[in-house]
Ligand binder design. Sequence first.
Ligand code: 9MG
Length: 296
Amino acid sequence: MTEFPANSLQCGRYRLVIDGPAFRPLVMGVLNVTPDSFSDGGRFTSLDAAITQAETMIESGVDIIDIGGESTRPGAPPVPVEEELRRVMPVIYALRDAGKPLSIDTRRPEVMREAIEAGADMINDISGFRAEGSLRLLRDSDCALCIMHMQGEPQTMQQSPAYEDVCADVTAFLAQQAAAAVEAGISRQRLCVDPGFGFGKTLAHNLDLLARVGEIQQALGLPLLAGLSRKSMIAKLTGKPDADRTAGSLAAALFAASQGARIVRVHDVAETVDALRVWQAAASHRTHETRKQRPA
Ligand code: 9MG
């Protein structure tokens, strides 16, 4: 298991355990407030529906709620910043006292600023905080930052993704952005990284990255978040593009956790929490038995 300099992630009002004996993989639940979301068909666009969905996630054992007002699926056009704010801000206000860390999925400094002022605990930026001024504005808060890798832009990123060496290129980008965050005055204890499955990547790129999640995390010395839930790679692997992607997503989340991922970002919270509990009980029992059998 990767050893981090500190065993917690500073996440706004919370300190999340990401290493050591008390660690278990954390579940980030997706709360899309976009009318065109690929995974929920826009069912949770109204405030009441979003709150109900968040409450269900909390009952199911979610650790972090990730609120997004801009669709990031391949081909999605950008939304105006005013519209993104109109979608996410009421949800932040409604959920800020719900007892769980709130993450805001945004690339826009304006949205980051308002979200932090309203009580958000984490910023999840699919562009890896490349927007001018974004790192500077987060310096004086204590929110966590999820630095994700994406090649290109959502509208065109799946047209012809290409890398010299996908793992090396992604790791180098994440290292560069983590260094930029530290340079801007942000402590490493507030950072996590994400290889960005499906964001400018072919199936082969995604599988290379998934197989090397542990290596990437170790190289960066930062907790890694894996978002594989309902991605097109799941449909490609099952060969059933229109089928329910839950079972495939669970397998992907478990595999990422087995490789050391500290956080998994998922749509199906209850199922993922159950699957991780069973996997972790079996895995830690096996470790315990192996230690018992070793001669002193
Ligand atoms: C917003 N969003 C959609 N997919 C994602 C993924 O894989 N990781 C992160 N951090 N955010 C994502």
